[in-house]
Write a protein that binds this ligand. Sequence first.
Ligand code: CP
Length: 313
Amino acid sequence: MTETGVRRHLLGIEELEKAEIVAYLDEAERFLELSRKPERKDASLRGRTIINLFFESSTRTRSSFEIAGKRLSADVINLSVATSSTTKGETLLDTVKNLDAMHADAIVVRHPASGAAHFVADRTRAAVVNAGDGLHEHPTQALLDAFTIRRAKKKIEGLVVCIAGDVAHSRVARSNAHLLLKLGAHVRFCAPRTLLPAWSVKAFGVEVMDTLAEGVDGADVVMMLRIQNERLKSAMIPSTREYSRTFGLGRRILARAKPDAIVLHPGPMNRGVEIDDDVADGVQSSILDQVEAGVAVRMAVLHRLAKATPSPA
Ligand code: CP
């Protein structure tokens, strides 16, 4: 926290107070409205420099942080790790020291190692935003998911949210569980036992369901997770075909949810594996609303963090 009472970094949802989460969501409303106007610029971050430092691939998070920064009039630099000196063996520490020497105001970091965003935050004067670190957290995804839910349902408290699929490898599930429980939702994790982490029940107090039908039953929100093939060890699922048959969301299973239930997916989707085309593109899908929300929420995050860092002289 700074003297202004604003947190300098956004590293995870776990450490946020409920009031801070609500403040991000409320501020994002203003930026959603702005984003829908023909003239979408806000001058708040003029003169500030934001560096997107992504060590893992990304479509939504990276582009929406870039758009968010530019809409707030910041200078945004995308550092492509594939063409950076990381490929020559430069360490994360040296990369951060160099960005710090260039007077970056904010560093948005995605990294395959859990804890990488904290590591960066401890070694720079810049505000740091965690854009996904290993299996740990993806806080802006949870914020944009909550924003999408709140807009669709007009509340979060009391809703039944089923988070289904590869929970074990999902930083999205973890951040969402923290956030939704803080805001008073009932959270269900639904996955084959091999894809449920040990922390799911003990640390969170979420309900755990073994079948997708049980998880979806009476739900207000069904959030499907991507099967993370890049992190999956062999034998965690019998086969993709079998997984899709038992844990893929099709219209028949979705009919068990509340009639006005919405369907979310953080993307990228494995169509035909965890979600069928007619659900992903159906009337209950809010998946593209999530993408729109991503820009507004990231504008709110960058705007708030800028308040916590001194303006350039
Ligand atoms: N949801 C999400 O993080 O998507 P990307 O990997 O495309 O950024």
